[in-house]
Design a protein around this ligand. Structure first.
Ligand code: NAD
Length: 476
């Protein structure tokens, strides 16, 4: 089975070749060349903008039932093609095959949820002061959107933006992750085969900053949606603000985990170790700062380190692999910087600590203890398989430390006390609080951060909010 045929998707056509620049796509497990990704020329971006603008004029008037039918067909095709799309994600992103196929399969639900919710984009009637007056509020699609999605969940991050935009009646130009592009090309083929009219969805590739600047500055684009790092999100939001454009920002976090003495310590340690290493820790909601209460600390650390050390690292296509390589070489360099800083700050590496081999971007699952709160690993999101574990004494202290960073995406609490769970879930500054389990990113629940972690939510009832404008109509 060949790797995805990489292309741009503009105005309903897959295009590549000509004198377009091309970028190598590398398998992070073997460093072998998988394919060549065409970059959009300026003319391609202009064509995509014109197509999205033209398509918006008809798509915004399409009945929600028709939009819903296309999204349902996308869900069906997603399930049918999940294995082949998942295999290509393992090839260009590195995660184990089972994780990659699950990423795709679960996304069928995002298409279905939006197929249902787009039929419920209601307005309202406001009682008038004069009985001859009629006052209504309608919600209309905002227009042409530009979206930028990352490489860690290349299928999931892109489909969430696509189904929200087109479900609302908007049209979209999406730039996917150049490092791991197959999933986004596969998505274009799914929507194309499901009968989406030309121009409603357009996929482009290029130098990220050049493409985003061009699209955000275009007067055709009315809304920007980005998933990625906090610094890049701030740059794009500032640019969008200068042009008075709406934004949805799903940015990074540095998720605190609060393990109280009264929790089920060993099961919590095991669950957290496995969840931490999902997608090699390259997950924006990955548990990343482990605060464990004093009495439970030794037991937690022993079981956590044991499970972390037992995880089988290898090529994601091999049977039994539990953690694949990091997605690109930049991540290896980043892990090394975190650990250099940790050593200088008196940290103890109790598991892992270095790159594995010199072929492929493999890094050993790592646990670090005895770090001060201002060590790099405690203040910057590691976005990799490195876990700092530290102690705390009491609830108010741990809440203060958990809330001390500018981020506020996910947070985790392990306790058997209802009182503690209630108090801490009120006190944590985070967009999502998980108590004694991991329960986020479902199609029916809102996903998003507060503080520097972002603006707006994806999924849940809130999913269309960023793609709609409010219009008030009054009539005598
Ligand atoms: P990065 O900040 O260079 O890139 C992150 C993503 O943003 C990539 O997909 C990239 O193509 C895109 N990007 C970068 N500059 C852009 C621009 N000017 N315009 C549009 N898109 C742009 O970092 P990286 O090395 O690829 O990834 C590491 C960091 O990114 C991590 O530390 C993590 O915080 C963040 N990240 C977050 C998520 C998330 O789900 N929130 C996903 C991937 C990466």
């Amino acid at each position: 089975m060949a790797y995805q045929d990489l292309a741009l998707y503009i105005d309903g056509e897959f295009v590549k070749g000509g004198d377009r620049r091309e970028q190598d796509v590398i398998n992070p497990a073997t460093q072998e060349l998988l394919g060549k990704l065409p970059h959009a020329s300026k003319a391609d971006l202009d064509r995509a903008l014109a197509a999205a603008q033209r398509a918006f004029e008809t798509w915004k008037k399409t009945s929600p039932l028709e939009r819903s039918a296309i999204l349902r067909r996308v869900a069906e095709l997603t399930r049918t093609r999940a294995k082949e799309i998942g295999r290509d994600i393992t090839l260009d992103q590195g995660k184990p095959l089972a994780e990659a196929v699950a990423e795709v399969t679960i996304c069928a639900e995002h298409a279905e949820w939006h197929a249902e919710e787009c039929r419920r984009i209601y307005g309202r009637v406001i009682p008038p002061r004069n009985p001859n007056v009629r006052q209504i509020v309608v919600r209309e699609p905002i227009g042409v959107c530009a979206a930028f999605t990352p490489w860690n969940f290349p299928f999931n991050q892109a489909i969430r933006k696509i189904v929200a935009a087109i479900g609302a009646g908007c049209t979209l130009i999406l730039k996917g992750p150049e490092d791991s592009p197959s999933a986004v090309v596969a998505l274009a083929r799914l929507f194309h085969d499901a009968g989406l009219p030309p121009g409603v969805l357009n996929i482009v590739w290029g130098v990220p900053s050049e493409v985003s600047t061009y699209l955000i500055e275009s007067p055709i684009v009315r809304k920007i949606s980005f998933t990625g790092s906090v610094p890049v999100g701030k740059q794009l939001a500032a640019m969008a603000g200068a042009h008075m454009k709406r934004v949805t920002m799903e940015l990074g976090g540095h998720s605190p985990v609060l393990v109280f003495d009264d929790a089920d310590i060993e099961p919590a340690a095991e669950m957290l170790a496995r969840f931490k290493l999902r997608n090699a820790g390259q997950v924006c909601v990955s548990p990343t700062r482990f605060y464990v209460q004093e009495k439970a600390y030794d037991r937690f650390l022993a079981r956590f380190t044991e499970v972390i050390g037992s995880i089988k690292v290898g090529n994601g296509l091999d049977d039994g692999t539990q953690m694949g390589p990091l997605a690109h070489e930049r991540r290896i360099a980043s892990m090394e910087q975190f650990l250099d800083d940790a050593s200088h700050r008196g940290g103890k590496i109790v598991a892992g600590g270095s790159r594995i081999g010199d072929k492929g971007f493999f890094f050993a699952p790592t646990v670090v203890t005895d770090l001060p709160d201002d060590a790099k690993l405690m203040v910057d999101e590691p976005f990799g398989p490195v876990a700092p574990v530290t102690r705390f004494k009491d609830t108010e202290e741990v809440l203060r430390r958990a809330n001390s960073l500018p981020f506020g995406l996910a947070s985790y609490v392990f306790t058997n006390s209802l009182k503690t769970a209630h108090h801490v879930s009120n006190g944590l500054e985070a967009g999502m609080v998980n108590i004694n389990h991991f329960g986020m990113a479902l199609s029916e629940t809102p996903f998003g951060g507060i503080k520097d972690s972002g603006i707006g939510s994806e999924g849940g009832q809130e999913t269309f909010d960023g793609y709609l404008v409010t219009k008030f109509i009054t009539q005598v």
